[in-house]
Ligand binder design. Structure first.
Ligand code: ADP
Ligand code: ZN
Length: 650
């Protein structure tokens, strides 16, 4: 069973510090004072008319005090207090104190004064009731307003002091646990623990990491011969390739607690928090040893502290990194804590982190190949109810470049799509829709497109497909659509060859195919449009990469300006001369120009097919591979015929 534990010690809330109680008591007292002050029955509220009739006219009034221009306090002459009409109020008055027994509200001081003088018209001036004006504050509020901020400051201060000074003891603080690591702990459990069965593919990585599991289960087997197990293991690979999954599986297989924290969680607003969190994380892990600490996105703290970064140095990151190094050095392997870290940029990590005794073992995870994708599909298909027509081989074939996370996402998306249409089981079609959706985004059928635009888009997409179809090294399209999807207005689907090396010819044909859209527009409509932005960007980048990185241009020769340290972006000075820059510009331009000429040439030669495909596309909006083949009347070199018939259904 997986259990998310609050990092607090469950008993800690029982021993609340005494200071808090004092504050509670003080606050309650203050509140009491305030309420009592407000609720007293003296003076009694009366009306102006009552006042005039019963007090002013009988000449019982000693004086009037106007408070804050809003209330008038009425003082009765002491000699008149024995009068029965005052007896009640006089009784409740504290002994011999001169206090107002009555009061009434007034709208404005001027009106009150005029009314009073009117009521006293016939009274000699010397005998008129004296009126004084006082500005008074409500003491209850005053006290609270003054004292509360102080109390708050003292309260916060005391909590802060506690949480920074006394290390582990401070963990009982709930509100101010900046310095504490919010590490999530997966407790040893039986039911839902991750195992190696849930990790498909990556056999090499699993094998390598299995040694860690064996060590965690039985450390003495290794230590009896004096062998040292690596403390830190770095998992390097693109996002979604299952790094977290693998680390969890190790913990699950070994049955040890798993502490995970993401690199970005160390770097926060407050200075010094990162290092404190790191310390705390390791303290917790050691307390529960044997255990696994997993730091995701370690590159956010472990970036090289190189020269190029000195302009934007980040002290917080440095101190966090130093703390991590100190922690790694601070325990010996027999303590049973093993640190796994994940990153997708292994090349930019600080070399101090990669030294022996730290993260000295690296496991590279790659995007899964077709067989691994099949295995991953099988893992994620297990919980679904799938129809009989689902062909896992075909799914694996149609998802090149997809990560494990993408595949998990597709499976879930397909189940959602099937559920929406109230099917009994998830069918192959739902998987294809899910793939299209993950690749291209949501279909936007409501996007307003004029017939003229639709025509242009159809020819543009057909241009891509036809050029690609007749180029020997390009990938033939799997299908082409002019239904707007995500940001794009039309798209052609390809399944790139899965190989590690791209030849010069393949580069050139890819660029040519990318320019096929614009070439078709120019050929058919005689003018150009903004529709080719993505294509041009892609083609330019490819050409630039060929010249500058891969050394594939004749004029520049086998030279590469690629910088694997990842610092290239920070460099203000280009690593080549002005003259070389000119050659690069020239080479890129001529590659693109040549490719564009070639694309136009192909389309000119196959104008008939281009027109036919575009018309078909306007009519049907989606055209599949076998129909393209029929229209083109040609079999491309790279077409995989064994899947053609199956691909019909997408
Ligand atoms: P990373 O940490 O490398 O970014 P994750 O481990 O978080 O990737 O993977 C995300 C999800 O993708 C996992 O929870 C799992 O469902 C799925 N996944 C990734 N790789 C695999 C794999 N090899 N086998 C099965 N599922 C995988
Ligand atoms: Zn295009």
């Amino acid at each position: 069973m997986q259990k998310k534990l609050d990092s607090r010690d469950p008993k800690s809330h029982l021993k609340k510090p005494g200071g808090v109680y004092v504050i509670y008591i003080l606050l309650t007292l203050l509140l009491f004072l305030f309420v009592w002050y407000r609720n007293d029955s003296i003076p009694q509220e009366i009306t102006w008319n009552y006042f005039v009739e019963n007090m002013l006219v009988p000449r019982d009034v000693d004086k009037l005090v106007v408070i804050n221009g809003q209330k008038v306090n009425v003082y009765i002459k002491p000699v008149k207090l024995s009068d029965p009409k005052y007896a009640e109020q006089a009784k409740s008055r504290p002994k011999n104190m001169v206090i107002p027994l009555y009061n009434f509200s007034i709208g404005s001081v001027e009106v009150f004064y005029d009314q009073l003088r009117e009521a006293e018209q016939n009274v000699p001036i010397a005998d008129r009731v004296p009126v004084t004006y006082v500005t008074e504050r409500n003491w209850g509020w005053n006290v609270i307003l003054w004292v509360l901020p102080f109390l708050l400051i003292v309260f916060i201060w005391s909590r802060l002091l506690r949480s920074t000074s006394s290390g582990m003891q401070s963990l009982n603080s709930n509100l101010f646990k900046f310095g504490q690591s919010p590490a999530r702990v997966t407790e040893i459990g039986t039911q839902s623990k991750t195992t190696f069965d849930q990790v498909a593919g990556m056999e090499e990585a699993k094998e390598e990491i299995y040694e860690i599991v064996k060590f965690l289960k039985n450390p003495s087997f290794y230590t009896r011969l004096g062998a040292k197990i690596p403390k830190g293991i770095l998992l390097v690979g693109p996002p979604g390739t299952g790094k977290t999954l693998l680390a969890k599986a190790v913990a699950g297989e070994a049955g040890v607690p798993f502490f995970s924290l993401s690199g970005s969680e160390f770097i926060e607003m407050f200075v010094g928090v990162g290092a404190a969190r790191m310390r705390d994380l390791f303290a917790k892990a050691k307390a529960k040893a044997p255990s696994i600490v997993f730091i995701d996105e370690i590159d956010t703290i472990g970036r090289m502290r190189g020269k190029a970064y000195s302009l934007q140095s980040n002290d917080e990151r440095d101190s966090t990194l130093n703390q991590l190094l100190a922690e790694l050095d601070g325990f010996d392997t027999s303590s049973g804590v093993i640190v796994l870290a994940a990153t997708n940029r292994g090349d930019i990590l600080d070399s101090a982190l990669l030294r022996p005794g730290r993260f000295d073992r690296h496991i590279h995870l790659e995007l899964p190949n077709i067989n691994e994708r099949k295995a991953i599909f099988l893992v994620h298909l297990k919980p679904l109810t799938i129809g009989t027509d689902v062909n896992v081989d075909q799914l694996a074939y149609q998802t090149p470049g997809f990560s494990g996370a993408d595949i998990a996402n597709i499976c879930n998306e397909a189940a959602l799509i099937a559920a929406r249409s109230e099917k009994e089981a998830v069918e192959q079609e739902d998987f294809f829709n899910a793939i299209d959706r993950v690749v291209g985004g949501l279909e936007k059928k409501s996007k307003v497109i004029t017939p003229a635009e639709k025509r242009r888009i159809a020819f543009h997409e057909s241009g891509h497909v036809i050029t690609g179809w007749f180029l020997p090294h390009a990938t033939p399209a799997l299908k082409v659509s002019i239904i707007p999807r995500g940001k794009s207005l039309g798209a052609a689907w390809y399944i790139p060859e899965e190989h590690q090396i791209v030849t010069r010819e393949e580069f050139l044909d890819t660029i040519c195919m990318a320019l096929g859209g614009r070439a078709a527009e120019e050929l058919v409509f005689g003018d150009l449009s903004s529709n080719a932005l993505d294509d041009l960007e892609k083609a330019t980048k490819q050409a630039y990469g060929m010249v500058v990185y891969y050394g594939l241009s004749n004029a520049l020769g086998p030279i590469s300006f690629y910088d694997s340290t990842g610092h290239g972006d920070q460099n203000l000075v280009k690593p080549y001369s002005e003259k070389t820059a000119e050659i690069i510009d020239h080479e890129v331009r001529s590659l693109i120009d040549d490719a564009y000429v070639k694309a136009k040439e192909i389309l000119n030669n196959h104008r008939h097919q281009l027109n036919e495909l575009a018309e078909l596309l306007i009519k049907k909006e989606v055209v599949h591979q076998d129909e393209i083949r029929k229209v083109a009347n040609h079999l491309p070199a790279n077409l995989k015929t064994d899947y053609v018939s199956q691909c019909r259904s997408i």
